[in-house]
Design a protein around this ligand. Sequence first.
Ligand code: PBG
Length: 321
Amino acid sequence: MTLRPRRLRATPAMRRLVSETLLHPADLVLPMFVREGAGAPVPISSMPGVVQHSLDSLRAALVAAAEAGVGGVMLFGVPEHKDAIGSGATDPDGILNVATRAAVEEVGGALVVQTDLCLDEFTDHGHCGVLDAEGRVDNDATLERYRDMALAQASAGSALLGLSGMMDGQVAAVRDALDTDGFAGNPILGYAAKYASAFYGPFREAVQSSLVGDRRTYQLDPANRREGLREIDLDVAEGADIVMVKPAMSYLDVLADAAAASPVPVWAYQVSGEYAMIEAAAAHGWIDRRRAVEESVLSIRRAGADAVLTYWATELAGWLR
Ligand code: PBG
């Protein structure tokens, strides 16, 4: 026998030298929830260790993220009041826009402050868009709301708009709105291949979602790999500066396809249910928490993600330092 692959696995130093994939704090993005009217952080029971922030606790967590060296944060708002069109999303004094201004003031120079551009946190029916007379999500009417939301977020200082609503033409519509109103320099992250996933379960608690039913008329069918690539192509053609695959771990094939085909950076979102599963198993002592966290994020990078949104971003960045 002359072929012995184990030669390169014999010592920690050799393994480190031949490692194909490296994790780096700058490639991690921390999603954060900010709750309107909260005087103190509110725990999210299905996401142990993650909270709905008050504005004060947000600032402290932002400083910790920056000190750990993470690349950016993605902000989500949890408003006190909701209505049919998600008015809070376009109100300059709505919680997400207020939080964005605070975040930019606190850490805007150190990391990329990003915002979720979607109506679901702000609508009383919980859908990502506005509804027509029959109660269906109205694609083109929603684009008008997204245009206004983009301008509100850009005005608040968001450095990257995360378009997660899965409406057809959303990237082109937002690009046009930004370019027309003096924000031609603001980049767009298109959640291009976003699947209708059970793994968003804990997130619904995190944002106190009012959704009844599901999002299958706009998010992708988990059965479809080719369609994921088609959505990537469309978002790139419409002007997305970065594209996203979401969730991450159950969609590594889609991620690998996207990474091979995309001319722009491809990111992946390790979502709330992925976080909750590992935390729950670790809490039972069934898996080694730190190893499982590192391996999960490493596998997402190995599959082709240039950066990863993960609720462990700050903690993981600390381990990497
Ligand atoms: C929509 C949005 C969702 C998530 C991020 N943006 C929920 C959904 O599409 O139902 C889920 C993120 C997660 O589960 O961690 N604004």
